[in-house]
Ligand binder design. Structure first.
Ligand SMILES: Cc1cc2nc3c(=O)[nH]c(=O)nc-3n(C[C@H](O)[C@H](O)[C@H](O)COP(=O)(O)O)c2cc1C
Length: 166
């Protein structure tokens, strides 16, 4: 599966819109990842409004690539429905699935971290009017890439051990 190795963070976008069919494919991927006890407690807030994008860029200084990108998706966890504190792992798997789905459809994407940075969590909670049980986990920015970056080669045999540490 080449998309695994083609995925890279994109920080410069064209303004082209994403067709709903492609957006649904990406969201479907986000809903198809593993979650502890199959709780699938996540929700996805799709934000296209450029005024809201501007507000996000103010509360999340490392999300300036949103200036032209057409879509931001905030992955949110439902703390009432998650299982035994695994919610961050569930949401991380979902976030990564969407990045890979975006790559498969030929779009650029980037994962911008929200949780566990407390002031970001608070600011996104207020901006998106989240109820008490929902926590914003990540911000996924998607759109047509305006970059021409090669994929990175990251095969590192030194990272691998077999059977035990020694
Ligand atoms: C938890 C997490 C938070 C991240 N937050 C940001 C962010 O706020 N802004 C950003 O531009 N990239 C962010 N990234 C993307 C990383 O910087 C990027 O994945 C890393 O540099 C490796 O580059 P690559 O994605 O092109 O392989 C984040 C990635 C992760 C996994």
């Amino acid at each position: 599966m080449d998309i695994l190795f083609d995925r890279k963070s994109c920080r410069s976008y064209k303004t082209d819109e994403i067709p709903q069919e492609d957006l649904n494919y990406i969201l479907h991927a986000g809903m198809s990842s593993p979650s502890a006890l199959n709780t699938r407690h996540w929700s996805f807030i799709v934000i296209k409004n450029k005024e809201t994008h501007k507000q996000i860029m103010q509360i999340h200084t490392a999300s300036q690539m949103l200036v032209n990108a057409p879509i931001a998706i905030v992955v949110c966890a439902d703390l009432d429905k998650q299982y035994k504190g695994y919610w961050q792992q569930d949401c991380a798997a979902s976030t990564e699935n969407m990045l890979l789905a975006a790559t498969a459809k030929g779009y650029g994407s980037v994962w911008c971290g929200v949780c566990p940075i407390e002031d970001r969590v608070k600011a996104f909670t207020e901006l998106l009017k989240l109820p008490k049980n929902m926590v914003p986990f990540s911000l996924v920015v998607i759109g047509k890439s305006a970059e021409d970056k090669p994929a990175k080669q990251r095969w590192e045999p030194s990272k691998i051990k077999y059977e035990s540490w020694q």
